[in-house]
Design a protein around this ligand. Structure first.
Ligand SMILES: NC(=O)c1ccc[n+]([C@@H]2O[C@H](COP(=O)([O-])OP(=O)(O)OC[C@H]3O[C@@H](n4cnc5c(N)ncnc54)[C@H](OP(=O)(O)O)[C@@H]3O)[C@@H](O)[C@H]2O)c1
Length: 304
């Protein structure tokens, strides 16, 4: 009996492995592709640029310091695999002015063609206890880490959608998956990136449906729950069954405030994730579909 169960499990895993390419996105061909890397003059961004260049991509490096950019360009060019490859450098602050970022992306596209892959790697980190950090630090980190990812993405997304080709990569951090001591400013800016990436992945249809609905939950209901949870000292609040599922699915390493809550998360997280993986045979989350469904029905209610 045990042997049969083990064999079935192995067969099931093998089947999943075999059907996986059918539901995965088509791989992006890097040879000849135009890859824009913000923060590409040093660290992780520069390494990503080198990796793409080694695979035949054309690179645009974006950062502020021109000397660092030229130095990085020289370093990347050592890895060329053909003599047509180009490394373009653009000096701009990605966090300041959207129209400036849009303009430089346009220039890059005129020279190297439409962007096939954008890697948002420009970022910075500052640590300190919440009360010791200047308010300007929160503003700066949100501006560089979050808006510095929004602006370049916003500048390339329409063309990518038109061409039905493209990748937008966001570089978050472990501090964007769980709150870390001393990183109140950095963690929140990286959590914001995750939210952006998840929401962007769902566009365009879902967002239209959701924005058509002025309010998914009644404010009184939300307020009641928030106050109740705040009184009890709960870390998070959720409304309705979809809210509960979403909280369970995304609880990650979030603090728990009671044993019951911890046990519920342990049991339900795996269960909901399993259901979500196989819901309608795709990797779409059941929760996202529930939210869409709800938004849709409320829109219909309003129209009726
Ligand atoms: N290193 C890690 O262990 C680690 C771990 C997790 C996540 N990350 C994330 O990975 C990314 C890269 O980290 P890293 O350690 O490789 O950083 P890094 O070596 O300090 O490089 C940062 C890059 O971003 C550019 N940059 C910074 N602010 C900019 C702005 N306002 N406009 C345009 N370019 C800007 C810098 O160039 P200029 O200063 O010349 O503009 C540089 O090219 C960051 O988002 C970081 O939060 C890093």
């Amino acid at each position: 009996m045990l042997l049969l169960a083990a064999a079935s499990l192995v067969a099931f895993v093998l089947l999943l492995y075999m059907v996986s390419p059918l539901i995965s996105p088509k791989p992006l061909a890097l040879p000849g592709a135009h890859v824009v890397v913000t923060g590409g003059s040093s660290g992780i961004g520069k390494c990503i640029a080198i990796e793409c260049y080694k695979q035949g991509a054309f690179i645009t490096l974006v950062a502020r310091n021109e000397d660092k950019l030229l130095q990085a360009k020289k370093e990347i060019e050592k890895h060329s695999i053909n003599d047509k490859q180009v490394v373009l450098c653009i000096s701009v602050d990605v966090s300041q002015d959207y129209s400036q970022v849009e303009n430089v992306i346009k220039q890059a596209q005129e020279k190297l063609g439409p962007v096939d892959m954008l890697v948002n790697c420009a970022g910075m980190s500052l640590a300190g206890k919440f009360e010791d950090l200047e308010v300007s630090t929160f503003e700066r980190l949100m501006s560089v880490n979050y808006l510095g990812s929004v602006y370049p993405s916003r500048a390339v997304i329409a063309t990518m959608k038109e061409r039905r080709v493209g990748r937008v990569v966001f570089v978050s951090s472990q501090a964007g998956q769980l709150g870390l001591f001393g990183y109140t400013a950095y963690s929140s800016s990286k959590f914001a990136i995750r939210g952006l990436a998840e929401a962007l992945q769902m566009e365009p249809l879902e967002t239209r449906l959701i924005s058509e609905t002025t309010s998914v939950c009644k404010p009184e209901q939300v307020a009641k729950q928030i106050v109740k949870d705040a009184i009890q000292g709960n870390f998070s609040s959720s409304i309705g069954s979809d809210g509960y599922m979403l909280s369970s699915l995304t609880c990650g390493m979030a603090p728990v405030t009671s044993i019951t809550e911890g046990l519920q998360q342990v049991v339900t997280m795996g269960l909901f994730r399993t259901i979500a993986l196989f819901y309608l045979g795709s990797f779409d989350s059941i929760v996202r579909r529930c939210m869409m469904q709800k938004a849709k029905s409320e829109t219909i209610d309003k129209t009726a």
